[in-house]
Design a protein around this ligand. Structure first.
Ligand code: NAD
Length: 475
């Protein structure tokens, strides 16, 4: 029988009696089972979080920091076990899974140093007028399957640092590593402060509409984000939404094809392309288009697609069947429309595992589905451009606005173009670098609010202004 993992509610590891299978996307074998929670288990978790909030909101910065550092340490001390488990449920190669686990431990440590200071507006003989931040209360956290551990930690730690308590729901596709971390921290975090519950997608709307949850922090698709905004409107819950992206990379004619090919490749194909901020459209200046596209294809041929637990694998399987079918559909659409493939495009449906070969398309039109939609898979369209204005317009011609990149030998030109892109993050001559200290969030339909940094921390709080009149005493 597959290993069974429990939920964390009110400091205890619990079952519900109903179980959900979790598959390894590399071979479609069941590797674990997790509890299925319904309304009554959710009520229990929310009630525990509400009780814990009464005392947790009064803790000092140092007490919160100590708890978050203990979470970081638990992850770090068990990194070897955790990254292997993560590969088995998510599919990403060991090296990338290790990066996520260590990154989550590092993020927890870094964010545990974030402190929201009071602001003194006036400190005079007449009055003391100050603005402080108070925790919103009980937070509902909902996370996706592409970076399940990182996303869980980036919701739990700032919630705790702000003085909130949390009920977190992992994706039904990737709950195992998060529940193992729950077990590791169960004796460390005060009961009820962190609750981790699992179930089908249908558990999500129950969280969004729960009357005793004060805020939702969500990472996932734009379509689900819209439903969450709607669900949260009934009682005006606070919301932070980190949603999809269709990020453009722009390669100027002075970029050296030999230097940028490998980085451009990994900006698109890390985690099998399943990164919200992956480069999903690559615009290359016509002067270097042929040379650079050839260099990318040459590099791509050296990368192995396969089971992430096997040494040498660079690109693992797609995480789940639904996403696999969507990516296959986009490839088929490109075939049906006669677009040219520089590499890949032949999915073998006969074996087990959700494998899509590294696929690179040659200059499909702007309205091709593979260009206009978020593919979230190992399929990259390369497109030719001839002028800066044209490429900036094409890059911005999207409802999404998450991230983007400019590659150039001229840093000033890179900044000039970056400042014209309608996205929350823009990299110049690098990719995927995020700092726990810098706000991360999407423009347009890529999100609402931000995570990371003091700005992200503030989203777990309300401002409260207290004014003390000093030169008047009624009695
Ligand atoms: P998804 O929206 O399908 O699911 C995300 C989470 O929401 C899961 O836990 C799911 O169970 C839950 N959910 C599903 N329906 C719900 C509902 N009606 N109400 C509440 N919760 C519900 O997303 P996914 O397929 O897991 O993730 C892929 C998407 O996430 C991509 O679009 C990607 O770009 C985006 N993403 C964004 C970021 C970011 O920081 N901006 C990071 C990672 C992934």
């Amino acid at each position: 029988m597959a290993a069974r993992y429990k939920n964390l509610i009110d400091g205890e590891m619990v079952e519900t009696g109903a179980w959900l299978d979790v598959l390894n996307p590399a071979n479609e074998q069941v590797i674990g089972q997790v509890p299925v929670c319904g309304p009554s288990e959710l009520d229990r978790a929310v009630a525990a979080a509400r009780r814990a909030f009464k005392s947790w909101k009064k803790t000092t910065f140092e007490e919160r920091q100590a708890t978050c550092l203990a979470i970081s340490k638990a992850i770090k001390d068990n990194a070897d076990e955790l990254f292997r488990l993560l590969t088995s449920e998510q599919g990403k190669p060991h090296e990338q899974a290790r990066y996520e686990i260590n990154g989550a431990a590092g993020l927890a440590a870094a964010q545990s140093g974030l402190k929201l200071e009071e602001e003194i507006i006036e400190d005079s003989d007449v009055r003391l007028h100050r603005s402080r931040r108070v925790p919103v209360g009980v937070v509902g956290g909902i996370v996706p399957w592409n970076f399940p551990v990182m996303m869980a930690i980036q919701k739990i730690v700032p919630a705790l640092m702000a003085g909130c308590t949390i009920v977190l729901k992992p994706s039904p596709f990737t709950p195992l590593t998060t529940l193992r971390i729950a077990e590791l921290i169960a004796g460390t975090v005060p009961p009820g402060t962190v609750n981790i519950i699992t179930g089908e997608d249908s558990l999500g709307p129950l969280i969004t509409s729960h009357p005793d949850i004060d805020k939702i922090t969500f990472t996932g698709s734009t379509a689900t984000g819209k439903k969450i905004m709607e669900g949260a409107s009934a009682d005006l819950k606070r919301i932070t939404l980190e949603l999809g992206g269709n990020d453009a990379s722009i390669v100027l004619p002075d970029a050296d094809p030999k230097k940028v090919a490998e980085q451009l490749f990994w900006s698109s194909f890390s985690n099998a392309g399943q990164i919200c901020v992956a480069a999903k459209r690559i615009y290359i200046h016509e002067d270097i288009y042929d040379e650079l596209s050839q260099a990318i294809v040459d590099y791509a041929r050296s990368v192995k697609v396969g089971d992430g637990s096997q040494q040498g694998t660079g690109v693992g399987p797609i995480q789940n069947k639904k996403q696999f079918e969507r990516v296959c559909e986009l490839i088929q659409d490109a075939r049906d429309n006669g677009y040219k493939f520089l590499l890949g495009g032949d999915v073998d449906p006969s074996g087990s595992g959700y494998y899509v070969p590294i696929t690179i398309l040659d200059n499909p039109p702007e309205d091709a589905r593979i260009v206009a939609e978020e593919q979230f898979g190992p399929v990259m369209p390369l497109m030719k451009f001839s002028s800066e204005d044209e490429v900036i317009n094409r890059a911005n011609n999207s409802d999404y606005g998450l991230a983007g990149a400019v590659w150039t030998g001229n840093p000033d030109k890179g900044v000039e173009i970056a400042e014209q892109l309608e996205t929350g993050t823009v990299w110049i001559n690098e990719y995927l670098h995020l700092s726990p200290m810098a706000p991360f969030g999407g423009h347009k339909q890529s999100g609402f609010g931000a995570e990371y940094g003091l700005e992200g921390l503030k989203e777990f709080t309300y401002p409260q202004v207290i004014t003390l009149k000093r030169d008047f005493t009624p009695a």
